[in-house]
Design a protein around this ligand. Structure first.
Ligand SMILES: Cc1ncc(C[n+]2csc(CCOP(=O)(O)OP(=O)(O)O)c2C)c(N)n1
Length: 660
């Protein structure tokens, strides 16, 4: 049965003239034991909430997964798709892509990410089991990780977190083949992985990864462990290829017809390319069907749940926002905005976010928050939130430790698992430490929300190491990521609503450390931030942008500066309007006419943001004036910094006057 995987991998890579046959051939025995004897799944319902998760962290070995999905009977994974490996429009892309191929739990390829996603999936499982009971949620998370996965820094954050949280249902099968692209791993690495995992609180064993009995025994033992488990499986990369096996030569290119013929001979595999002998196919299919009774029994248990509990489970699984307490998102948001209209607040937007979270996390208990050791600064722990920890996983706040990358990747795993809306906190400057995971959340279209505070030189004394300058532009460059930078408490509430409603993509909320005045006065039921930008203040003397001579565009804390500049200009009889721009992506998604109306036709456009200019030209044109940063910040009280770097209402007004 394992040779069927090997043959499909060799033949598909050969036909595509690219790909990695080595890992699928080397790990075929591990995968065969796992999928035919342990993994709980049903090809007839790849979204079954209580299925075991399998993460191929070493995404370059994608043919392993595609071969398994085909052999086990996932309907869409036809032999034709295997033959079209790596071709346009196939469901067999170079690296596994979640959402593109049924049965692929997460998108992998950037090494280390899958392992860290799996930690998030395992957290989600423990949490939901605590909420809904073991009758409904009781599954394992298996990872196949390669040398490269374990060399990446993110793996340390992931395994430390998993060990600390005692995620006993997480099992990492390490394809310990001692080979990477440049050659033997001894070129670069001398880590004893078993000791490393043990020191992080895991159980860890070493086995022969080609011995089915040893593999099964180790998985059995892992299932009994009260800690996460590492099974270091000693394997031969490209097992079966007589000349290239055991070397880097079978890592990233086709074996070639002669070597494939020799491998067929050595493995005793006589079937032509892309053909599976009927008896072997039959056994694989039987393995694919063996959990159907378990799934049907699960469905019965779900149906037998109390109606309200079942409805809540189903709501969360679908990702719908109407709250369990009948207190839907829209009502919570309206309530918060009404309060702010009655009692305006001059507070930091990070504090406004906390106010929002106090209400949102009650209405939406599927929100699981956290922070990378900056809880008090990020304001992400709402009132009454219990900490999620071992052995009681029912809490909804996670102390991630100083592990931004691991946190962001674990959040992806939670979102992928389903039933949870993960959000968390760090400083905006450390978005760089999260970036690979944020990019994957965007690629996968997952609702993951990053609260990133201390969003500019406005953080003051911590200085340029902590002051983001290029980060807004860098994040705005990521497709399908929404970057929100609200200007006051009302916009903060609205941006939270939009982030939660962003069902198919991640969001970053860039929030201030320093106070901002409440510029939105009175109650407006509409979510004005939904347009990405809107006229906050019309020109003096004019009802809309058409009569303005100047359009002042700004985001976040600098909207208040634009408002001041408008007054200075009005004093000189120059009508200027202020446009708040909380989200570029939503503005650019507007139909052309609406976008043009927001941008307006004033003679002069000025933008102000405590970051670099990049990106703003799409709004103000290359002839527009930009007041912002051109280099790194400095350490000083923030008001001094704003003056020092020329981020003042006077400079904004001067920039407009110079162009009139
Ligand atoms: C973050 C990241 N860096 C680099 C690569 C390119 N790459 C793909 S596989 C690989 C290493 C392969 O070695 P190993 O992980 O041991 O896999 P094996 O050769 O055993 O299949 C590298 C460097 C990558 N996919 N991700």
């Amino acid at each position: 049965m394992a040779n069927a995987i090997r043959a499909l991998a060799m033949d598909a890579v050969e036909k595509a003239k690219s790909g990695h046959p080595g890992l699928p051939m080397g790990a075929a025995d591990i995968a065969t034991v796992l999928f035919t004897r342990f993994l709980k799944f049903d090809p007839a319902d790849s979204a079954w909430p209580d299925r075991d998760r399998f993460v191929l962290s070493a995404g370059h070995g994608s043919m392993l997964l595609y071969a398994l999905l085909h052999l086990l009977g996932y309907e869409k994974m036809t032999i034709g798709e295997i033959e079209r490996f790596r071709q346009l429009g196939s469901i067999t892309p170079g690296h596994p892509e979640h959402g593109h191929t049924p049965g692929v739990e997460t998108t992998t390829g950037p090494l280390g990410q899958g392992l860290a996603n799996a930690v998030g999936m395992a957290i989600a499982e423990r949490h939901l089991a605590a909420i809904f009971g073991a009758d409904i949620i009781d599954h394992a998370t298996f990872v196949l990780a390669s040398d490269g996965d374990l060399m990446e820094g993110i793996s340390q954050e992931a395994i430390a977190l998993a060990g600390h949280l005692q995620l006993k249902k997480l099992v990492v099968l390490y394809d310990d083949n001692g080979i990477s692209i440049d050659g033997p791993t001894s070129l670069t690495d001398a880590v004893d992985q078993v000791k490393r995992f043990e020191s992080a609180g895991w159980t860890a064993v070493r086995i022969d990864g080609h011995d089915p009995a040893a593999i099964a025994g180790a998985i059995e033992a892992a299932k009994q462990s009260d800690r996460p488990s590492l099974i270091a499986c000693h394997t031969t990369i490209g097992f079966g290829a007589p000349n290239k096996g055991g070397t880097e030569k079978c890592h990233g290119s086709p074996l070639g017809p002669e070597e494939i013929a020799a491998a067929r001979l050595k493995l005793g595999w006589n079937a032509p390319p892309f053909e599976i002998p009927a008896d072997i196919r039959q056994r694989w299919r039987a393995a694919g069907e063996r959990n159907r009774p378990a799934r049907l029994a699960w469905e019965k248990r779900l149906a037998a749940l109390a109606a309200d509990k079942r409805a809540e489970f189903e709501r969360r699984s679908r990702g719908d926002l109407e709250g369990a307490l009948g207190d839907g998102l829209a009502r919570v948001v309206a309530g918060l905005k009404q309060k702010l209209a009655q009692e305006p607040k001059e507070i930091a937007t990070r504090a406004a976010s906390e106010l929002a979270l106090d209400a949102l996390t009650v209405a939406l208990p599927e929100m699981v928050g956290g922070s990378a050791d900056l809880t008090g600064s990020n304001n992400t722990r709402a009132k009454g939130m219990k900490v999620l920890k071992a052995p009681d996983y029912s809490g909804t706040f996670i102390h991630y430790g100083v592990r931004e990358h691991g946190m962001a990747a674990a959040m992806n795993g939670m979102a992928l698992h389903g039933g949870i809306i993960p959000y968390s906190g760090t400083f905006l400057v450390f978005s760089d430490y999260c970036r690979p995971a944020i990019r994957l959340a965007a690629l996968m279209g997952q609702r993951v929300i990053h609260v990133m505070t201390h969003d500019s030189i406005g953080l003051g004394e911590d200085g340029p190491t902590h002051q983001p300058v290029e980060h807004l532009a860098a994040l705005r460059a990521v497709p399908n990521l929404k970057v929100f930078r609200p200007c006051d408490a009302v916009e903060t509430v609205e941006c939270w609503q939009l982030a939660l409603q962003s069902r198919h993509g991640p969001s970053v909320l860039a929030l201030t450390r320093q106070n901002t005045p409440q510029l939105r006065q009175g109650f407006d039921e509409r979510n004005r931030c939904a347009a990405g930008a809107y006229e906050l203040m019309a020109a003096d003397g004019g009802k809309d942008g058409t009569q303005a001579l100047v359009s002042l565009f700004a985001s976040g804390s600098e909207v208040a500066l634009a408002a001041e500049a408008r007054k200075l200009l009005a004093a000189r009889n120059i009508p200027a309007r202020v446009v708040s721009v909380p989200c570029f992506e939503l503005l650019f998604a507007l139909p052309e006419g609406e976008r043009a109306a927001v941008i307006g036709t004033a003679k002069v456009s000025v933008a102000v943001e405590a970051g670099i200019r990049q990106g703003w030209d799409a709004i103000i044109g290359s002839g527009g004036a930009f007041v912002g940063m051109t280099g790194f910040g400095a350490s000083a009280p923030y008001k001094d910094l704003y003056r020092h770097f020329g981020l003042t209402a006077e400079k904004v007004a001067e920039a407009a006057l110079a162009r009139l």
